[in-house]
Write a protein that binds this ligand. Structure first.
Ligand code: SAH
Length: 282
């Protein structure tokens, strides 16, 4: 890592010298700051202007230099603090004014993150933009719970699906989701979990298919609730999981072991390097 960083520094310095206004669409991952990419960490820790949203964890926001201008465009579930068109406009204006803008988004910018829309708005305005991928909630939550999304003999493929459409329940081709050997991961699926469960069972998914609800995955207060497709709505009503939460549906969920060490705090204890990345950089 120490050998790599000077190379990153050189690369970024060369880019910064050339760029006038520029936007970096940066994936912040699911919450655990140690899951940031080296590139994201480097950009965040030298940021001058950061535009961030609700899913970016406190732990990651704390890495932004105190002198940086931070703009919260946070969206609460169901009510948008700032409309997407306004966010696009803000990014364009900041970059047009010559700023190097870090647009920090939860997870990966291109997975249900509307990063594509921001990229296109910037392109239309002639603003240079680069994308830094992040660990998406599905893979972060899978790792933090020990639920493999694919597994020989159990799941040969995985689908990332939005559980929330523009008008509520998403218009999905339910029949295409019936294969028992395909793991389904629903983002934003809590609100409509009853309808999701019904539609999947009507399409042919077994009523006893295991389901995991992962609340605040990878964060120190992560909670995992397991249930079945049939009991999903009842479980959600009883346990009241809070956003952000993800649904994993499929036989791989049976591999979840609540007594295992796949917890965010355990993985941190195992690699005791919370201060390491920044001290290396500084
Ligand atoms: N771009 C993001 C997804 C944004 S959509 C990504 O790649 O992860 C927002 C949804 O992501 C939430 O409603 C929730 O379903 C999921 N999500 C994001 N972070 C999460 C986390 N830490 N734990 C569980 N689900 C999460």
């Amino acid at each position: 890592m120490t050998k790599l960083l000077p190379a990153f520094d050189k690369l970024l310095a060369a880019r910064a010298g050339k760029a006038k206004g520029h936007v970096w669409l940066v994936g912040a991952g699911p919450g655990d700051a140690e899951l940031l990419t080296v590139k994201a960490l480097r950009l965040i820790s030298s940021a001058e202007v950061v535009v961030y949203d609700r899913l970016v964890s406190e732990e990651i926001l704390a890495l932004i230099p105190s002198a940086a201008l931070c703009i919260d465009v946070g969206k609460q579930p169901g009510s948008h603090a700032m409309a997407q068109t306004q966010i696009n406009q803000l990014l364009v204006e900041l970059a047009a004014a010559g700023q190097q803008v870090i647009r920090l988004k939860g997870g990966d910018p291109f997975i249900f993150g509307r990063g594509g829309e921001e990229m296109l708005a910037l392109k239309e305005a002639g603003i240079a933009c680069n994308i830094v991928p992040g660990i998406t909630a599905a893979t972060g939550c899978a790792a933090a719970t020990g639920i493999p999304l694919t597994h020989r003999g159990l799941a040969q493929s995985v689908r990332f699906i939005t559980g929330h459409g523009q008008q509520g329940l998403p218009q999905l081709e339910w029949q295409s989701l019936r294969d028992p050997r395909q793991t389904l991961v629903f983002y934003m699926g809590l609100t409509w979990c009853e309808a999701l469960s019904e539609n999947l069972r009507t399409a042919g998914r077994r009523a006893n298919t295991p389901v995991a609800i992962i609340e605040r995955g990878t964060r120190s207060d992560q909670r995992v609730i397991t249930t079945t497709l049939k009991q999903l709505a009842e479980t959600a009503a009883r346990e009241r999981p809070q956003s952000p939460a993800l649904l994993i549906v499929g036989d791989v969920v049976a591999l979840y072991d609540a007594t295992s060490t796949f917890t965010p705090s355990a993985s941190k204890a195992a690699i005791d390097c919370a201060e390491m990345p920044l001290s290396v950089i500084r």
